[in-house]
Write a protein that binds this ligand. Structure first.
Ligand code: NDP
Length: 502
């Protein structure tokens, strides 16, 4: 139950009766189709980022709770109702869930906005809209999983073919920057192919997924198919990914934590997908369109307060257009409307937590010390909440920490270049390889640069467009494997070769 600070906020910006009723109930985990308080007495505070008020408390799962959730997922996969579903049944469940999310989109967006400090307009359109689309997209794949016959050459008469089988129980772990959308990214593909899951949301942002659990009950999703446990990553997450009952880990989060998760996967010889951090370059050539790059900064590094893994956080600009681009980007950044996230006119909300805001401010201090030129922003916003100004540094170079490290806040660094090859070399000079973009009117230059950039997604004349059908995942330290698109399905399937001597 929320405190008076949140109550005052909700009096100013009323939410749906459904959202208010949800926020007024005590929070429980979702295990084997039921809401459970868990076997421990530990509770984790969930704070509202605009006001700092207490929004909710969630149980800290114990090892016994995690064992229960993994066992529920295991028996649903092996002998429970989920194991008996047909592909058409699974398609039907995902379509039903999509309809329910659509029906309750406003409520989910309000819960998400309060929990994660997300500006509600963008949250409704991008986070919730994208999730509905993905549920429907992956529903369509459930009935289209196919093996193949093979023309073997060994002597004799043989029929050989492959079967695609679900890998088993999936541990899914998601971060706080897109709590609902990232979780839906993790859930759809495994459910479509017949796997079961135990999902752990980030401790800071568990609420939208616990609301979604109620929709799973309404949809009649068989018990154990999806289990949601809450708690800290260092304890609950760590125990879950090391659990012998898990067959596959699907993780999104920082590279630092991802390395440990990958090691845990190898200890049990488990399949693993890692969607990790980024420091994505945008390259603006001398024939680029300024308005397009300004728009790109708005939909990436300044969207969601810069807490976007694929945000275009490094902008390389040809020296002939440098002053013009720096001025245009900074002017639009300075004009952004910062405010309460339930206000539909707000463009940028607060950082997720006081700790995250301080981490961003520390990087801004480092940028000043390193000699970068602060063009706009650079300060915390006075008053309650974890607000920060959109910040632009110019005259940076690749030796600076603010150019090399993921800041995960609304901080853009701009670097000049003189030649195309130099721009590509500078863009690739980073441990990450999640995304990149190119701004040019020259089609040959665009294609040439796209092929040279080391990144899992590359856009031309835009940045951060994502669709259910386009695979998303990093090169280099940004990860292993893909979410979205048909590529994601392959991560949840084993291939079995079958031989018949005729
Ligand atoms: P973290 O890596 O800190 O946390 C991610 C998740 O892992 C959280 O649920 C966290 O739990 C959990 N976790 C923490 N420690 C462990 C552990 N030892 N074992 C298992 N799980 C653990 O990342 P953030 O939440 O800070 O998210 C930001 C990061 O995520 C950024 O680097 C960003 O770039 C990346 N990201 C990548 C995306 C991609 O698709 N490539 C998309 C979105 C974000 P808890 O927080 O509850 O303690």
């Amino acid at each position: 139950m929320y405190d008076n600070t949140v109550k005052d906020y909700l009096d100013q910006f009323p939410v749906t009766a459904d959202a208010r009723a949800f926020l007024e109930q005590p929070r429980q985990m979702f295990i084997n189709g039921e809401f459970l308080a868990g076997s421990g007495d530990g509770l984790i505070d969930v704070l509202e980022p605009c006001t700092g008020g207490l929004l909710a408390q969630t149980p800290a799962a114990t090892e016994a709770d995690i064992d229960l959730a993994v066992a529920a997922a295991g028996s649903a996969f092996r002998e429970g109702e989920w194991s008996k579903t047909t592909a058409a049944d699974r398609q039907g469940f995902l379509l039903k869930l999509a309809d329910l999310v659509e029906e309750h989109a406003q409520t989910i967006a309000e819960i998400e906005s309060l929990d994660a400090g997300k500006a509600i307009s963008g949250c409704l359109a991008v986070d919730i809209g994208g999730s509905i689309d993905l549920l429907r997209y992956m529903a369509g794949w459930a009935t289209k999983i196919e093996g193949a016959t093979r023309s073997v050459s060994i002597p004799g008469e043989h029929l050989a073919y492959t079967l695609k089988e679900p890998v088993g129980v999936v541990a899914a772990i998601v971060p706080w920057n897109w709590p609902f959308n990232m979780a839906i990214w993790k859930i759809c593909a495994p459910l479509a192919v017949g796997c079961t899951l135990v999902l752990k949301p980030a401790q800071l942002t568990p609420l939208s997924m616990l609301y979604f659990a109620g929709l799973c009950q309404q949809a009649g999703l068989p018990p154990g198919a999806l289990n949601i446990i809450t708690g800290r990553g260092s304890s609950v997450g760590n125990y879950l990914v090391s659990h012998p009952g898990i067959n596959k880990i699907s993780f999104t989060g920082s590279t630092e934590v991802g390395i440990g998760v990958g090691q845990a996967a190898m200890t049990n010889i488990n399949h693993v997908t890692l969607e990790l951090g980024g420091k994505s370059p945008m390259v603006f050539f001398e024939d680029g369109d300024v308005e397009r790059v300004v728009q790109a900064t708005q939909q990436s590094i300044f969207f969601n307060t810069g807490q976007v893994c694929s945000a275009g956080s490094r902008l390389y600009v040809h020296r002939s257009r440098y002053d013009e681009v720096v001025a245009a980007v900074a002017e639009r950044a300075s004009a952004m409307k910062i405010g309460l996230t339930l206000d539909p006119t707000t463009e940028m909300g607060p950082a997720i937590s006081a700790g995250q805001r301080q981490a961003v401010l520390d990087y801004i201090a480092i940028g000043r010390e390193e000699g970068a030129r602060l063009v706009c922003g650079g300060e915390a916003v006075e008053g309650p909440g974890n607000y920060l100004q959109p910040t632009v540094f110019a005259d940076c170079d690749n030796s600076m920490r603010i150019v090399q490290e993921e800041i995960f806040g609304p901080v853009l660094v701009i670097i000049p270049f003189d030649a195309d090859e130099e721009a590509v070399q500078l863009a690739n000079d980073n441990q990450y390889g999640l995304a990149a973009s190119v701004f040019t009117r020259d089609i040959s230059r665009a294609h040439r640069t796209v092929s040279q950039l080391q990144a899992g997604s590359v856009w031309v004349n835009t940045h951060d467009l994502i669709d259910s059908c386009t695979p998303f995942g990093g090169f280099k330290a940004s990860g292993i494997g893909k979410d979205l698109g048909p590529e994601q399905l392959t991560h949840f399937l084993e291939t079995k070769s079958v031989w018949i001597e005729l």
